[in-house]
Design a binder for this molecule. Structure first.
Ligand code: EPZ
Length: 423
């Protein structure tokens, strides 16, 4: 398929209900975890996005068979006989590094290409390596490939992460579940996707306490005690937050369905601070706004702090607020490129290191812009919906990595948005 772009005619409309897909940042790790259970696991509520296709390719390359039926994946890892993940796959998707822990757990060894950085930062994996070394893993690097071995097997350990890294917590968990003895992870990531992974690992036979807390305890079991399972992926809180930001932007009302509202407490707090009415039910949230957007300050932090993956969407809200907002990006070192694109549409933003000072403007003008990462791309499309005239968003392959039928869902809410080939 040739390059495509998304063209938006600013009609200021987003109103209605949208079903939220399964969480990309959980499903990818659930797929990796299936390596530990020799047999066929079924993972439900898997989003139809390009990153899932790439992870399916990674698993197939390892010897698994992956079948997709609608939003369900059947992954049979019986015949997984390789523990190597090549550069051409890891370079396409950094999340491939999530197979490191389960491969070590299953085979006692792994060969995974070192992931590169990306637009938003260096994306180092030093914490992954230090934590796994504490469990007895030895690492060498051979021409860009990480060689992991466990000459004396995997043993439990007490490990404190210097930062609650999502990826490091996940890789650590997927090795610790079959380590000899118990493991304590201190300062672990607390994201809902961590809880989802622990739920699936426990369904497979693992013994984990404290998922979602800073301290997680794992009692290692034998690999043969782990088996396949059927697991449903939690809803995607970042997709939900993206559509809620759209409703806050246009006034809505927009309802996001099939999502646990407790995943978005900080985002809801900030939307209310910006003048929105937000109501929640068991598995939905509704946002609307009648008055002007108010400025607010935001610090992105590990969960339950404000999610970095909603930073761009809320910078857009701040751009149209009555006053000055300050957004501080504490998680990634280079996640303000979106600001430069938004300024092409008339935003007034000053960048000072990790801080963005946003002065509200009356309105935005449509313009040609480029996605720098998937969340910035999604936010640029939202900007086009409230901008005067036409906006064309290029490099939408970033958006396709994490949003299923984004243009279609926006159209169902009344937006004038189409995908078309780049001429
Ligand atoms: C996950 O990335 C998500 N990706 C990211 O979502 C999300 O922004 C991030 O968690 C934070 O919530 C997936 O789950 C596939 P980290 P991850 O390890 O695991 C540094 C999106 O838009 N760090 O918590 O890579 C790292 O460089 C994506 O869906 C080290 O320095 O996040 C970053 O600055 C973007 N050394 C910070 O910590 C390490 O060993 C947070 O990284 C590990 C991380």
């Amino acid at each position: 398929m040739g390059k495509e772009c998304i063209v938006i005619h600013g009609n200021g409309t987003l109103c209605g209900e949208v079903k939220i897909a399964g969480a990309k940042n959980s499903a990818l790790k659930l797929m990796a975890a299936s390596i530990l259970g020799c047999g066929e696991s079924i993972i439900k509520n898997v989003p139809d996005i390009s990153d899932i296709k790439l992870m399916s390719e990674v698993l197939s390359r390892l010897g698994a068979t992956v079948r997709r039926e609608d939003h369900e994946l059947a992954i049979d890892t019986t015949d997984v006989d390789s523990f190597s993940t090549p550069y051409e796959l890891v370079s396409k998707m950094r999340a491939s590094i999530s197979v490191l822990g389960p491969l070590i757990g299953r085979f006692g060894q792994a060969r995974v290409a070192m992931p590169g950085g990306c637009q938003i930062g260096a994306r180092k994996i030093d914490m992954h390596l230090v934590s796994l070394q504490a469990l007895g893993v030895q690492f060498d690097v051979d021409h860009g490939t990480l060689i992991a071995t466990t000459p004396h097997g995997l043993h439990g350990a007490q490990v404190m992460l210097e930062f609650p890294s999502v990826g490091a917590t996940e890789n650590m968990l997927m090795a610790a579940v079959v380590a000899e003895g118990s493991t304590l992870i201190e300062n672990a990531a607390r994201e809902p996707e961590i809880v989802d992974l622990c739920d699936m690992l426990c369904q497979m036979g693992a013994r984990i306490e404290g998922a979602g807390e800073s301290n997680i305890e794992v009692e290692g079991v034998a690999l043969s005690d782990l088996g396949p399972c059927v697991h449903t992926t939690v809803g995607d809180r970042i997709e939900a937050g993206t559509f809620l930001a759209g409703g806050a932007l246009t006034g809505g009302p927009v309802t996001v369905q099939r999502i646990d509202p407790s995943y978005l407490r900080m985002s809801v707090l900030k939307m209310r601070a910006m003048g929105c009415d937000v109501t929640t039910g068991e598995d939905y949230l509704t946002v609307m706004r009648t008055g002007p957007l108010k400025p607010t300050d935001i610090q992105t932090l590990p969960h339950p702090g404000f999610p970095t993956d909603l930073q761009a969407q809320f910078m857009l809200l701040a751009t149209l607020a009555d006053g000055i907002s300050v957004i501080t990006e504490n998680v990634f070192e280079n996640r303000f490129m979106f600001a430069s694109e938004l300024m092409r549409m008339g935003a007034d933003i000053t960048l000072e290191d990790h801080h963005a000072i946003i002065r509200g403007v009356e309105g935005l003008q449509g313009a040609p812009v480029s996605s720098t990462d998937l969340r910035a791309g999604a936010a640029l499309v939202l900007a086009g919906i409230v901008a005067e005239g036409y906006t064309t968003v290029y490099d939408i392959k970033h958006i396709d990595r994490g949003y299923e039928d984004y243009a279609g869902k926006l159209r169902s809410l009344g937006a004038d948005v189409v995908r078309q080939a780049v001429d």
